[in-house]
Design a protein around this ligand. Structure first.
Ligand SMILES: [Zn+2]
Length: 304
């Protein structure tokens, strides 16, 4: 029997590293989760190679692996070969992932910012036409942003376009995980909720903060910061469609309608506000791995 062709796909996050084998129909065949901390402890590069080697050896009799596709919560260089800066994963900055893994495994290796994979998954899942300008904004620990132009991610001169969370704000002296002072992300990202639950709402678990304290000034300000992020990009790009997603929108009591109203209040009138199209991602822990698969198969087909 002919072996099924797959890509080994990884979604490496600040907490967990998810991996799986993704076939040409974008179905996930096998999967595994390890803690990212475990990879960092013994030296990230060495542990990553060992993890991939053991995963491949487990399935090599059943599948033909055609390549490796990796997503990091990081800025990636223009050639998509080096992890430039990953605030959530210590010791990974400057990691030349593709050179190392191509040499070790003699397979093509593709690297992307994780949010590009999430958005590519959503474009497929929501059956959005790929023509035109599509943007994705994902509110998790931070604010993730992907910009697609005619089906391809827009990378920018250095490969680092779409750092929406790091737009500076007036009169903001807070330091951000990126190293700058004044970014929007510490106000609009999920880290802000964690912070509020350590100070203002000490008895509230983070997951219920919207349900229990929606009308507190600090929570309203956090939602406002989310709306400012979305409206900023809409006002600059006048996109054909905006995909909104991430864990915050899935939290109990999250006020989707209120967020939409705020976004619309900040977006320029009459256009792009009048026909602004907002759609919602259906988050799942596996979206990042499958998105890595879709992007990987597309890149493999260009390179043949
Ligand atoms: Zn920043």
């Amino acid at each position: 029997m002919q072996q099924k062709e797959v890509l080994l796909c990884m979604d490496i996050g600040g907490t967990n590293c998810r991996m799986g084998l993704c076939d040409r129909d974008y179905a996930l065949c096998e999967k595994k989760i390890v803690s990212t901390e475990q990879l960092i402890e013994q030296g990230f590069a060495t542990e990553l190679v060992a993890l991939i080697r053991s995963f491949l050896s487990q399935y090599q009799k059943m599948y033909t692996v055609r390549g490796i596709s990796l997503g990091f919560p990081a800025t990636i260089d223009r050639e998509k070969r080096i992890v430039l800066q990953a605030p959530a994963i210590p010791g990974v900055d400057g990691f030349a992932a593709c050179d190392l893994l191509e040499k070790e495994f003699e397979l093509p290796v593709f690297l992307e910012k994780d949010v590009i994979h999430l958005m590519r998954y959503d474009l497929n899942d929501l059956r959005l036409p790929l023509e035109g300008l599509l943007i994705g904004i994902y509110f998790g620990t931070g604010i993730g942003n992907a910009i697609f132009w005619n089906g391809k991610p827009y990378a920018g001169r250095n490969g680092v376009a779409g750092e929406l969370g790091h737009i500076p704000q007036m009169n903001n002296l807070r330091s951000c995980s990126c190293g700058n002072i004044g970014c929007l992300e510490p106000f609009g990202g999920g880290k802000r909720l964690t912070e509020l639950c350590q100070t203002e709402f000490a008895d509230t678990p983070v997951k219920t903060v919207y349900r229990e304290h929606l009308f507190a000034k600090s929570v309203q300000q956090q939602i406002d910061a989310m709306a400012i992020a979305v409206a900023t990009e809409v006002n600059i790009l006048d996109p054909d469609c905006v995909v909104l997603g991430g864990g915050l929108l899935q939290m109990e009591g999250f006020p989707v309608e209120q967020l939409e109203t705020r976004i619309r209040s900040y977006v320029r009138k009459p256009y792009p506000e009048r026909n602004l199209r907002l759609v919602y991602s259906k988050p799942n822990q596996e979206n990042g791995i499958i998105g890595a698969g879709i992007c990987g198969w597309e890149k493999l087909s260009y390179s043949v």
